[in-house]
Design a protein around this ligand. Structure first.
Ligand SMILES: [Zn+2]
Length: 317
């Protein structure tokens, strides 16, 4: 039965490659060369897959990614293809690059010298968080930067029907990993998502102010001050995917681990995706308490300033 299944897969694969062969012949190239190259790439690719799946740390990273992207979907923070995620996995490849092929290098609009030779695991553009959770390999790109951090190339995944492209927020992810590396910070994961309650607050003018926003969030429950004592950084509305948004986010991340993008969503960094998720979860819970009281027709009383100061002293914040 297994042999029959294997034969079926091989025949299916060859049939899938036929249109590509016809295209190659039409362009005056050798179809056999194309077929051979594709098969070789598939075999090499298996080497890469084996390389990665045998690496315990990589396995943990994938588990972390699957768990968190699944939670983002279940929370309702990732409608359609909303949100994106990236991991700096350079430390897994310090000794050698895996035996695999990459697409040709593409230039970057700016240089990232602190990401020299970096390897990043990045969600693919258009990918759904719910699919990332179930099939992380099919919905992520493995990106390698050159020695100057001025170009990037992507690991080939020849067995996929269509090539993947990194998230449209790729420039922001690169800029953040560059800042984290240059500052010698430990965070390796960047998560962008649309948490309902925090996003709702960014539509209320009074909370488009960092001080007012953080004082309110801290006062809703003790955990928010204890776990996110630096508060949330606020970035006024800017075009999604723009370099301006990336630059404003970097400035805020110098003193915060979570940033709110007005009328868009939030971005968090952490040593793991779970760590970044926890920060967002705690903050969104505070926002939820505030809005639930409001929708019940009451204003939340909030923990007093004096009690918050006592918390700061007790936890040395
Ligand atoms: Zn978004």
């Amino acid at each position: 039965m297994r042999n029959e299944l294997f034969s079926f897969r091989v025949i299916t694969k060859i049939l899938l490659l036929l249109p590509g062969c016809v295209e190659q012949i039409r362009k005056g190239r050798h179809a056999i060369t194309f077929l051979w190259r594709t098969i070789i790439l598939s075999l090499k690719h298996k080497t890469m897959q084996t390389y990665l799946t045998e690496n315990q740390e990589y396995k943990q990273i994938i588990e972390d990614l699957s768990e968190v992207t699944g939670m983002l979907w279940q929370k309702g923070w990732a409608e359609r293809n909303a949100g994106n995620i990236s991991f700096n996995i350079s430390h897994l490849f310090e000794d050698e690059l895996p035996n695999t092929d990459f697409e040709p290098y593409k230039p970057l609009s700016t240089g990232y010298p602190h990401l020299s030779n970096a390897m990043l695991l990045v969600s693919a553009t258009g990918s759904r968080m719910r699919n990332l959770a179930k099939k992380p390999y099919e919905n992520t790109c493995i990106i390698n930067l050159d020695s100057e951090g001025k170009r990037y190339r992507q690991m080939l995944k020849p067995e996929l029907d269509s090539p993947l492209l990194p998230t449209s927020e790729f420039p922001a992810h690169l800029a953040i990993h560059e800042m984290l590396n240059s500052a010698g910070r430990p965070e390796k994961v960047v998560v962008h998502t649309h948490p309902d309650n925090l996003l709702s607050l960014s539509h209320i003018r009074a909370f488009c102010n960092e001080e007012t926003l953080n004082n309110m969030l801290w006062s809703m429950q003790p955990e928010t001050l204890v776990f996110v004592s630096e508060g949330i950084g606020f970035v006024p509305y800017l075009m999604t995917g723009s370099e301006k948004l990336a630059a404003a986010t970097i400035r805020k991340l110098e003193k915060h681990r979570v940033v709110m993008w007005e009328k868009h969503g939030c971005l968090a960094i952490g040593n793991t995706a779970n760590e970044a998720f926890d920060l967002l979860d705690v903050l969104d819970k505070s926002a939820s308490i505030f809005l639930t009281c409001k929708s019940a027709g009451y204003d939340a009383e909030g923990i007093s300033k004096e009690e918050l100061d006592n918390l700061r002293k007790k936890f040395d914040l």
